[in-house]
Design a protein around this ligand. Structure first.
Ligand SMILES: [Zn+2]
Length: 344
């Protein structure tokens, strides 16, 4: 099959299209012909080599796809071939204390496409039958490919971890990112008032179109002060954090007493400063989050299919322009997801 492979870490030039062995199916596996593939921050970090869990090289990046079932293993009865699907990207052992509670993402052997295992910048991808999620006709392959990582992660953060309630005020960082654009909509769906931030004014229109009531350019103004003005010095109930070092301290200090900060990433750096006095004096909850369950993904997809929330696809590239997609994301020029269209 064709695939985009890296043999070394570095700039986007290390992404090279070449022939790669097609995955061999086990009895419970399904082989998916990939139609479209989303690009994530993790792809860029692994390509550069700045993630601790270095995969073995050569390596295929990519975590989220839409496609069509191509063939199935001998024990698979649930899928036949030809069905439109998206694929839940994570894999646990299935029997440890975390997996049996449904917390697959906390399994000691948890891995997902493109990290400790080969990814999805390829013509075919295999996964067990139970990782397949039917893609409704009303959702295109391009939209579908923008769902698995972003909607899964955002749904888990906003609904499960932050437990956002109607009437609350939620601060969502980086409105132009995949996580930001999804989290604004999901928080709004939960009945919250959303304050969105971004690093440039041209993202305001997008943020407001997704349901944000307020917009702050965190590069131009002190977002904590702005939050104070908007909330009459009260602070927000919830912060959705994924930018990390650059925003962390002010995010913590933007919370109302008993507020919750949920964090799923740290794209600007991992060493956020925390004044511990704020945490205990204000009874703050700092909550970690990564990915989510297959149920989170199915819930989010239902709302996308019903038109209640939408994937924000910024640009679509043929797979031959994968380097360009990485460059745009690295320069933070994207307003939503970058999606690759795969070989026919
Ligand atoms: Zn497990």
């Amino acid at each position: 099959m064709k695939a985009v492979v890296i043999h070394e870490h570095g700039d986007p030039e290390v992404l090279k299209e070449e022939e790669y062995p097609t995955p061999q199916l086990g009895p419970e596996d399904v082989l998916v012909k990939v139609k479209a593939c989303g690009v994530n921050q993790a792809d860029l970090m692994i390509r550069r080599g700045d993630v601790r869990m270095y995969p073995k090289l050569p390596h295929i990046l990519g975590s989220e796809i839409s496609g069509v079932v191509h063939s199935v293993g001998s024990a698979v009865t649930q899928w036949k071939g030809g069905e439109r699907v998206i694929v839940y990207p994570g894999f646990g052992c299935g029997h440890c204390e975390f997996c049996v509670k449904g917390h697959l993402y906390s399994c000691n052997t948890y891995k997902y496409f493109g990290t400790q295992m080969q990814g999805t910048y390829s013509e075919f991808v295999k996964a067990p039958w139970y990782n397949m999620v039917p893609l409704p006709e009303e959702v295109s392959f391009v939209e579908g490919a923008a769902i698995p990582m972003v909607m899964l992660t955002s749904w888990h953060m906003v609904v499960d971890q932050a437990n956002v309630r109607p009437g609350e005020i939620v601060l969502v960082h980086a409105a132009g990112s995949g996580i930001g654009s999804a989290s604004i909509q999901i928080a709004k769906l939960c009945g919250a008032t959303v304050i969105a931030t971004a690093g440039s004014d041209d993202k305001e229109e997008l943020a407001r179109s997704l349901g944000a009531s307020h917009f702050i350019n965190y590069r131009k103004t002190d977002f904590r002060e702005e939050v104070g003005k908007i909330t009459n010095k009260r602070g927000v109930d919830v912060v959705i954090e994924h930018t990390g070092e650059f925003t962390w301290d002010k995010s913590v200090r933007s919370l109302v007493k008993h507020g919750r900060l949920v964090v799923c990433g740290a794209t600007s750096g991992h060493n956020g400063y925390t004044d511990i006095r704020y945490v205990y004096y204000k009874h703050l909850n700092i909550i970690g989050s990564t990915l989510g369950t297959i149920e989170n993904l199915k819930h989010a997809l239902q709302y996308v299919a019903a038109g209640r929330i939408r994937t924000v696809v910024d640009r679509v590239y043929p797979i031959s322009e994968v380097r360009k997609a990485h460059e745009i994301m690295e320069a933070r020029q994207n307003k939503g997801k970058q999606v690759l269209q795969m070989w026919d």
